[in-house]
Ligand binder design. Sequence first.
Ligand code: PHB
Length: 366
Amino acid sequence: MFDQLFQPMDLGGQTLPNRLVLPPLTRSRAGKDGVPTPLMAEYYRQRSGAGLVISEGTVVSPQGASYARVPGLYSEQQVRGWRPVVEAAKSRGAAVYAQLWHVGRQAHSSVQPDGGRPWAPSAIAITGWQYRSPQGRVPFEEPRELSLDGIKDIVEQFAVAARNAMAAGFDGVELHAANGYLFDQFLNSSSNQRTDQYGGSVENRLRFLNEVIDAVSSFVPAHRIGVRISPSSTWMDAFDPDKRGLYSALVRSISPRGLAYLHLVEPGIAGAIDSADHAEPITSAELGALFDGPVIVTGGHTPWSAAAAVGAGDADLVGFGRLFISNPDLPARIRMGAGLAELRHEGLYGGGATGYTDYPELQTAN
Ligand code: PHB
């Protein structure tokens, strides 16, 4: 019934064993200074039956981090920490990509290296959402507006992180341009009121993303670079009067670059949760049709909807976030039509093995 999901495919010159993706999922288990841990290796090893494994959001610099205990790729120690994790994720033939992340104004002074306010395209705070601090939810702060040199520094941070990703053994990188983080802050006019070459026209708002792709391409070939976007989401104040025009222009702009893939967050997803709270649903089929290359869709899928999307040619690969957390052997379960375990809330963000590596595989499930 799910045969379409088990057809191998080529991605950037690698043969993926199936069409199932472990999408980027923040789990906050890194050690001190964003160094990956042996527990993380165990978590990724358990989920290595995917065709493609994308790492949790991995920050390109300390200023790019939102929360404690997210991993990074800016230090030698982090590269060393990632190596066994990547090896574990590759143990059953998956391609393994690092998701490179800078949160921009979703950060907080309590986690900024200089204790100052976060950095963003414009000095406009997120309203309507709150920051998840260790002491509970607090309002977001007004960010500092990035100077041209500041932007250049961040472009360089992405390039260095990409180089580090390759040194850690990753097969490629994904740029996190979804969910109201830094790329999305440049894209949407609600967070970008700049009057220089990075603001105003859609072409200008696309400039930062295209410059990062250029810079990263020095270390990772274009066919190993993926881009993730969430065209329908207004989560974290990502508003624009013309989302359809904006993201269509984005896809048209990156399509000729020969990238590994376009990764689309489905309408109806707001960050990590379900929500009908979007400006207008822009379907993945509509945007994917504008992209010349593999398309991944993630968000709210069941095995049936995934098979339908792949069968209809609307997507090549399908990500399962919550189901892959609660079913480490998800591909095997789908293949044999087995039941799927439900997600528990405990341990989603931070903590130890509970809610992380203690979901059983089928043979030991009761
Ligand atoms: C989260 O930590 O809830 C989270 C992180 C990255 C995302 C979305 C949600 O892109």
